[in-house]
Design a binder for this molecule. Structure first.
Ligand code: SAM
Length: 218
């Protein structure tokens, strides 16, 4: 993993509300609950948590939250039931003895090597409580996604620093399905995300060609 320039976290902040909207939709359809009731008492693990600001929203709803990131760019202080830990996910998961109801992997998998992903998925199945949910977003692996995320987002619009991404590490939904199936997990939803750079807004989309959400269950 190369160092991430803090500028990278700016567009991620614009993704907060679309993530919330996506999770609300899934929680309603799979658990029959509204997202505010669901997150009243959950144990959440956020791997590659970045600033910790997204995770903090769910602490405010009542969940016990742990965020892990190899870079310390945390913007929220640790407090009761909210801990951000600077370490890599491998070290954290080796020592971890807890189980979680929800795991967040937002914009994370595309920064891991193939071996790191295998290792991660192998552990995920062991730390997820029954009826657990893993929510993630990532970048699809194809020429259009490479063109939009590297040529347009990094080089032309400069929305994120150059060399943030290695398109070889982008994941097709089928890659996530294989990783899940090999580890007794199930890829249970995929939903595309579209971005309008002029109004800096993300929307849920039927097209998962570039950025997309996924939900994994056990
Ligand atoms: C693109 S950012 C996503 C941040 C946050 N999830 C979000 O979406 O706002 C990817 C994050 O993963 C972290 N990261 C990369 N490799 C990691 C590893 N092996 N262990 C822990 N964190 C890692 C980076 O430091 C970075 O903060």
């Amino acid at each position: 993993m190369k160092n991430i320039n803090p500028k990278y976290y700016e567009p991620l902040e614009q993704m907060m509300s679309i993530r919330h909207q996506y999770m609300a939709k899934i929680i309603s359809s799979k658990r029959g609950l509204n997202i505010y009731d669901f997150f009243k008492d959950k144990q959440i693990l956020d791997l590659g948590c970045g600033t910790g600001e997204f995770l903090n929203n769910y602490h405010e709803l009542g969940s016990v939250c742990t965020g892990v990131d190899v870079i310390k760019n945390f913007q929220i202080k640790n407090k009761q039931k909210f801990h951000l830990i600077k370490t890599n996910f491998q070290t954290y998961l080796k020592k971890n003895k807890k189980k979680y109801d929800v795991v967040f992997l937002f914009e994370f998998l595309e920064h891991l090597s193939i071996d790191e992903r295998k290792n991660l998925f192998n552990t995920l199945s062991k730390i997820l409580n029954s009826d657990g949910l893993i929510f993630l977003s990532t970048l699809n692996r194809n020429l259009i996604s490479e063109f939009l995320s590297i040529n347009i987002a990094e080089n032309i619009l400069k929305l994120i620093p150059r060399n943030t991404h290695d398109p070889k590490l982008f994941l097709k939904p089928s890659d996530i399905k294989i990783l899940s199936n090999k580890n007794n997990l199930k890829l249970s939803d995929i939903q595309g995300i579209s971005y309008n750079p002029f109004i800096k807004t993300f929307k849920l989309s039927k097209i998962e060609l570039v950025n997309y959400f996924a939900t994994i269950t056990n």
